[in-house]
Ligand binder design. Sequence first.
Ligand SMILES: Cc1cc2nc3c(=O)[nH]c(=O)nc-3n(C[C@H](O)[C@H](O)[C@H](O)COP(=O)(O)O)c2cc1C
Length: 179
Amino acid sequence: MKIDVQTTDYLKELIGVMTREGLLLCVAGPNGRPNAMTIGWGTVGVIWGRPIFVALVRPTRYTYGLLEAAGDFTVNLMPRNMADAVAYCGSVSGRDHDKLAERGLTPVPAKMVRSPLIDEAVLQLECRVVHRNKVEPASLPPEIDAMYNQDYHGLFYGHILAVHADPDLRSKTSTDSDR
Ligand SMILES: Cc1cc2nc3c(=O)[nH]c(=O)nc-3n(C[C@H](O)[C@H](O)[C@H](O)COP(=O)(O)O)c2cc1C
């Protein structure tokens, strides 16, 4: 059972887990088969007077085309006992895998967007894409440009429309001291 919360209520946990294991970005896909990919980079803030989650997705990811087509996504923070599933979703592609089914992750309808939530998550954000742009190579310092092989991230700005949390989130989530 999850409760509706504010975006900022679990910001520390969201950023902490994104930095360590990663979060699952889930997007609706063709034939009713959604896909999840692991993200380690992203940012939460306020733009245009709205709470926004910016996801950075390389064009080579299967997720990239799904995001363009769906126009929305969900961000899912998985409990620490599902770290293997998070790693898996960051190591194979939805082009040739049904990652959710293969790792026992259950897609469930979201309230505000078409992309599903992952039921096993302890924190879920529903986001509608309101803007997108790309990393601009000409304005990158050389040490950051060196991270790329022409596959500059697309930035997808998601208006956070709803956030749902498991009230026991903190006891189910990894912390710095777990490392
Ligand atoms: C911990 C971790 C963090 C990652 N963060 C990102 C990210 O922020 N952006 C990105 O484009 N890929 C990231 N990746 C790589 C994708 O998750 C990976 O390429 C995935 O297989 C893409 O899945 P897809 O082809 O089904 O979209 C990350 C992988 C891991 C393991």
